[in-house]
Design a protein around this ligand. Structure first.
Ligand SMILES: Nc1ncnc2c1ncn2[C@@H]1O[C@H](COP(=O)(O)OP(=O)(O)OP(=O)(O)O)[C@@H](O)[C@H]1O
Ligand SMILES: [Mg+2]
Length: 594
């Protein structure tokens, strides 16, 4: 129970999403800068904010008017009072309460609307920012942490966009109005009550402080648990095949147990805080004891005491808001620091590029000169690598696992940057080409292509979104994918992907090849792209590919000598550099004969 008219002073906003670390600076940013950056997202919604502010002002007036009407009612109600006055007062009480309730509902909805719009803008801008980043820095991130930032931290920032700031303004008005009315009713009682409330509120503030720390721990535990559950789900087949159920059980239940402990710590702090609520009743008791004596002595009316008690209840909300404001804002800024840290992490792709060249319509040379690259400073993957690719040449690239073949392909597509030496297209460094044009000109098919949760048709269309249905079918037929697509329940319109109909590894690879045919790039890199397709079908697809991309350079990275039958030249990558070998040597290297 709490004093009437308001939420208790100790009823702080303790949802896990409302709190965060209490550091004055997060990730080294001054809070004001973070606040400014966070509030910029409110700017496009200023009209709605004005509506919310107006609604809050009206609701506040209604709140203040209510106890006064109650006072008039109680003081006027005695034997022989006017029925008409009673009617008007009841009408005013009921009417103002109904209007307040109705407007409060609208006000909450408007605040929720502002908050949700801003959070959507924030999340969308985060999606865009991360799509522009260099892939290497993104890969270092733990997926659970990224999900936690997207869902929980952005949610925590929501208190900056909901009613927190507007509340501060309106609660200030409410507080001033309530204090004036309390002083009008009884000056001594006002000073005593407000003094006691303030002293109590300041002591409660320290009790609520650990909430920020335990809620941060809870968020971290949630992120770890979501990573563990995600891993558990993805590794279903592998777990069974390896008989690793005990290991996985241990991993998931360990993370869930940490989550349980974090939740318990959180619940403990929250329940300690809720104990403080009882204190407001001690103050209310003192008020009634002192005020009651004044009523008995005829120095105060009963309605006046009732109104005073109500105003005391109303004053709890502003005091609560003032005390919690700093904590709530700090929590939101802690979350904002993590959101912006992710948005600013790593470098943007193609930063500092001045190149505006389009991918050449005719490629007459592709060369790597002294290319050096390592993921870590102390380990070189490619060392002084040289390569000359002639126009229309089909090049086979072999090498032991981990020798750097995919790394070379990623450097050519600029998924990886910062290599030593130079990679040149028609004699011009890759950096001089527009990144989007470079990626449009190159067609890369990887060993494990990503299949999106969409229809088969939509998946192929990613190759060229404006292609016609006939072109899609033709591309699928070139990739020998039509055979299995036609057998799907809804053919091209069948939805595939996570949690839906699953394709086999070879079918996924053929779908990726269909994307490539539809894209029709000027240069092709196949990175083990048919490794899961049977040899006969892979041969047919390669024949189709060579005839379709005739005159355009094709690099075939493969461990399978059969995939290298149609190439003009085979290079082996060893110790970071290339040397030419024959098909027979490639077969020997792969430990088999063609
Ligand atoms: N993101 C990364 N961070 C750090 N090291 C990496 C990363 N990606 C690859 N490596 C390392 O770089 C080396 C070359 O990897 P790469 O994937 O290019 O080999 P590969 O020749 O394509 O091997 P495979 O034939 O198995 O596909 C490996 O030792 C690998 O462990
Ligand atoms: Mg590879």
């Amino acid at each position: 129970m709490s004093a009437p008219g308001s939420k208790p002073i100790a009823e702080v906003d303790v949802s896990p999403s409302c709190c965060g670390p209490s550091s004055d600076t997060a990730a080294g940013r001054p809070n004001l800068v973070l606040l400014g950056r966070s509030l910029k997202f409110l700017r496009p919604h200023w009209r709605l904010q004005l509506v919310a502010l107006a609604l809050t002002a009206v609701v506040t007036v209604m709140w203040v008017a209510n106890p006064w009407i109650q006072k008039l009612l109680v003081d006027d109600l005695r034997e022989g009072s006017s029925i008409r006055v009673l009617g008007w007062l009841v009408l005013a009480l009921v009417g103002s309460s109904l209007v307040r309730v109705l407007l409060s509902a609208v006000q909450k909805f408007v605040f929720a609307g502002i908050r949700e719009r801003v959070l959507l803008d924030l999340r969308s801008s985060l999606v865009d920012a991360l799509l522009r980043k260099e892939i290497l820095s993104m890969k270092k991130r733990n997926p659970g942490e990224v999900i936690s930032v997207f869902l929980q931290d952005v949610e925590t920032m929501g208190s900056l966009y909901g009613d927190t700031i507007v509340q501060l303004v309106t609660q200030s008005f409410l507080f001033v109005a309530v204090v004036i009315l309390m002083v009008t009713l009884d000056r001594t009682l006002a000073v005593l009550t407000l003094g006691a409330l303030m002293a109590f509120a300041i002591s409660v503030k320290d009790i609520t402080r650990p909430i920020q720390r335990v809620s941060r721990e809870l968020q971290d535990a949630l992120a770890d648990a979501s990573t563990a559950v995600g891993e558990y789900w993805k590794s279903m087949a592998e777990t069974r095949l390896l008989g690793a159920e005990a290991f996985v059980h241990e991993m998931v239940s360990g993370a869930l147990d940490l989550l349980r402990r974090a939740r318990l710590r959180f619940a403990k702090v929250v329940s300690t805080v809720s104990l403080c609520d009882g204190m407001t009743w001690v103050i209310a008791g003192g008020l009634i004891w002192y005020g009651g004596q004044k009523v008995i002595a005829g120095q105060m009316t009963l309605g006046g005491l009732l109104a005073f008690w109500n105003y005391m209840g109303l004053s709890l909300a502003p005091i609560n808001t003032f005390l919690m404001f700093g904590g709530t804002v700090r929590s939101s800024l802690g979350a904002a620091a993590r959101v912006f840290e992710l948005a600013d992490a790593g470098e943007d792709e193609g930063r500092g590029d001045r190149g505006a060249l389009d991918f050449p319509s005719r490629l007459h040379s592709i060369s790597c000169r002294g290319v050096r690259f390592g993921y870590e400073t102390d380990r070189t993957v490619l060392a002084e690598l040289d390569l000359e690719l002639r126009p229309g040449e089909r090049l086979g690239l072999v090498g032991a696992s981990g020798s750097g073949k995919s790394t070379l392909a990623s450097l050519m597509t600029r998924l990886l940057e910062n290599c030593g030496g130079e990679i040149l297209l028609n004699g011009k460094p890759l950096r001089q080409y527009r990144l989007s044009s470079l990626r449009a000109g190159l067609g890369v098919v990887q060993q494990k292509p990503h299949i999106f949760t969409a229809t088969v048709e939509e998946n192929i269309l990613l190759g060229r979104p404006w292609a016609s249905p006939d072109e899609i079918v033709l591309a699928a037929s070139r990739a020998h994918a039509l055979e299995f697509i036609d057998e799907l329940p809804e053919g091209m319109k069948t939805r595939i992907g996570e949690g839906l109909r699953q394709l086999s590894g070879g079918q996924e690879q053929r779908l990726a090849m269909a994307r490539l045919f539809l894209k029709n790039p000027r240069m092709v890199i196949l990175d083990e792209s048919l490794s899961a397709v049977d040899c006969a079908t892979a041969d047919l697809i390669m024949d189709e590919l060579y005839s379709y991309f005739s005159g355009r350079p094709v690099i075939v990275i493969s461990h399978h000598p059969s995939m290298l039958k149609g190439v003009d030249r085979i290079l082996a990558l060893q110790d970071g550099s290339l040397r030419q070998i024959t098909l027979g040597e490639a077969a020997l290297l792969a430990g088999s004969r063609v």
